[in-house]
Design a protein around this ligand. Structure first.
Ligand code: ZN
Length: 310
């Protein structure tokens, strides 16, 4: 039997936008965040504190934080790769939760954050410790959990060992990320079960990209295997600048539709998500990948009226 509720972390302001070539204004990012809150999002990855030369789209991290609406009921997540980033995030006074990233292979870890895989585990642990010292919480994500763009297959034992090592530092959860969208539902189910056992009682979050069309199937497999939280991006924008060929995050629109139709609640409003998708498509001047953003929900009362009239 499936769970009755799943938490969606809205990642569009960070993962959704970071790979976009066209600069997005701070004001538009803040509108996106406000719209996500209005749509019901209560945990939002708002920005990342990385080197602006490496990720120009995130150069306004401090300004985004200054403009965040004052909401006690919303958890704002700032992604950081090292203690320097953690200090920047803490200094804003607006970030509730630090997001640390460890990467499962050495080559990808070097390209993404200039560290070995082991080094990225140590950095994640240090970031979690620093967050807790300052009264913040921290989450951790294991990038390339299902495959690496440079080294190919990733050992499940390696990911489980990393999860265990990071869990000892005391994050609120650990996420398995399919950074380049190569996972399949059987692999996802297996790894979620193994990592849950390894980090129990900490919950597992999942982060999928729909690069090869398996994103939603992977979300479903992860939930069936006991994952409690899913990262998603309104409209399905997204991609990693350091992962060749990376495509969008699973779309909040599509994840919402699949889950709510299966009677798993998310706390979000589909109308507000789709309106935000269309607003964002206008800002980006392109159609966004989400399928439900194009087709709309179901059943749709307006459609019923037309059918009756016909
Ligand atoms: Zn991602």
């Amino acid at each position: 039997m499936y769970t009755k509720a799943i938490e969606i972390v809205e990642v569009s302001p960070r993962d959704g936008l970071q790979n976009e070539k066209q600069p997005i204004s701070t004001a538009d990012k803040l509108t996106l965040i406000n719209r996500a809150i209005e749509a019901g999002a209560r945990r939002i990855e708002v920005t990342s504190f990385v080197n602006p030369k490496a990720v120009p789209q995130m150069a306004d991290a401090d300004a985004v934080c200054t403009g965040l609406p004052d909401r006690d009921d919303v958890t704002y997540i700032g992604l950081v790769m090292n203690l320097r980033g953690a200090e920047r995030a803490i200094a804003t006074g607006r970030i509730d939760q630090l997001g640390a990233v460890a990467v499962a292979t050495d080559t990808f870890a070097m390209r993404n954050q200039g560290q070995t895989s082991d080094g990225s585990v140590d950095a994640a642990r240090a970031i979690i410790k620093r967050a807790k010292e300052t009264g913040l919480t921290a989450q951790a994500t294991i990038g390339a959990s299902f495959g690496c763009p440079f080294e190919g297959e990733v050992s499940e034992d390696r990911v489980v060992a990393m999860a265990k090592a990071i869990a000892e530092a005391g994050p609120v959860e650990i996420a398995l990320a399919d950074t380049i969208g190569v996972g399949n539902p059987a692999h996802v189910a297996r790894l979620v079960v193994r990592v849950r056992e390894a980090i129990n009682p900490l919950p597992v979050r999942v982060h999928f990209h729909n690069t090869r069309g398996t994103g939603l199937a992977n979300v479903w497999a992860a939930i069936a295997a006991g994952a409690q939280t899913v990262d998603a991006s309104i409209g399905g924008l997204g991609g990693c600048p350091f992962a060749p060929g990376a495509a969008g995050n699973v779309a909040t629109d599509d994840v919402f539709y699949m889950l709510e139709r299966a009677e798993i609640s998310t706390g979000l409003s589909l109308d507000a998500i789709i309106e935000t998708n269309h607003w964002l498509a206008g800002v980006m001047d392109k159609e966004l990948p989400a399928m439900v953003g194009k087709a709309g929900g179901f059943p749709n009362p307006a459609d019923d009226k037309e059918r009756n009239a016909a």
